[in-house]
Design a binder for this molecule. Structure first.
Ligand SMILES: *Cc1c(COP(=O)(O)O)cnc(C)c1O
Length: 233
């Protein structure tokens, strides 16, 4: 299967999963996770209908951006963002999906102010409480939302999670359900600079389950581009 065919098939699967839970596929954004893929592969995916790319590493992002790899699509940052790399991402990515510390939020705010823009971000939750993973603990979320008002050039647009790689089907549904509850519960509260619009969860192995549990943004890599030479970082 070509990348073009894979993109079509992922869109079809999103549509079927949305329908199955009584939703419209129009409310679900597909992000092509482009890590370790060449500018040519990315261009093919965009020709095939991809509207948003997600990149994990700043170095790769800069190299591919210099090759105009993302032309025709918008760009999200979905990996762990190091503090000293903030300046390369703010204003370049329309959404930074992986904010998990107040220090990072403050640095993004400073950079956005200097550029005279407002930067959209998601807060990343380590929903399975995995020691090795980035993302804040679920219990830290209220503090972030309360403090958001102090960062006037950052706009929190929702939540993101990367649950454990699911080894068997349905394994992550409980984590997805828990994220959806966090998302909905916090949508009902009023915080400055917060609008709970996006719930980013679901990858190649489990995006249908994520959609069934309320995801409206899925990040799909290998189902579009084929297997990577080694597992996601
Ligand atoms: C690589 C990656 C994905 C996509 O993973 P696949 O299993 O290849 O679909 C999604 N989100 C993040 C943060 C990633 O790093």
């Amino acid at each position: 299967m070509s990348i073009t065919e894979n993109v079509g098939s992922v869109f079809d699967r999103i549509e079927a999963a949305a329908k199955a839970s009584g939703r419209s596929a129009d409310e679900i954004t597909l992000i092509a996770a482009t890590k370790m893929n060449s500018a040519d592969n990315i261009a093919e995916a965009i020709r095939g209908g991809i509207k948003v790319c997600g990149e994990n590493r700043v170095q790769e992002l800069l190299e591919k951006n210099a090759q105009n790899a993302y032309r025709g699509a918008s760009l999200h940052f979905i990996g762990h963002l190091q503090k000293n790399k903030v300046k390369h991402v703010v204003g370049v990515c329309s959404l930074i999906q992986s904010v998990d510390s107040l220090e990072l939020m403050s640095l993004i705010d400073k950079r956005a102010k200097a550029l005279g823009i407002r930067q959209d971000v998601l807060l990343e939750i380590n929903i399975a409480g995995e020691e090795s993973k980035s993302g804040m603990r679920e219990s830290e979320l209220p503090l972030f939302l309360e403090k958001a008002g102090a960062f006037s050039s950052v706009f929190i647009r929702g939540l993101m999670a990367i649950p454990p790689i699911s080894l068997s089907k349905g394994e992550n549904r409980a984590y997805f359900a828990r994220m959806y509850k966090l998302f909905v519960d916090n949508s009902l509260k009023k915080y400055d600079n917060v609008s709970m619009d996006f719930l980013s969860m679901g990858m190649s192995g489990d995006f249908e389950d994520a959609i069934a549990e309320g995801s409206n943004m899925v990040r799909v890599g290998s189902a579009i581009f084929g297997a990577r030479p080694y597992p996601p970082a």
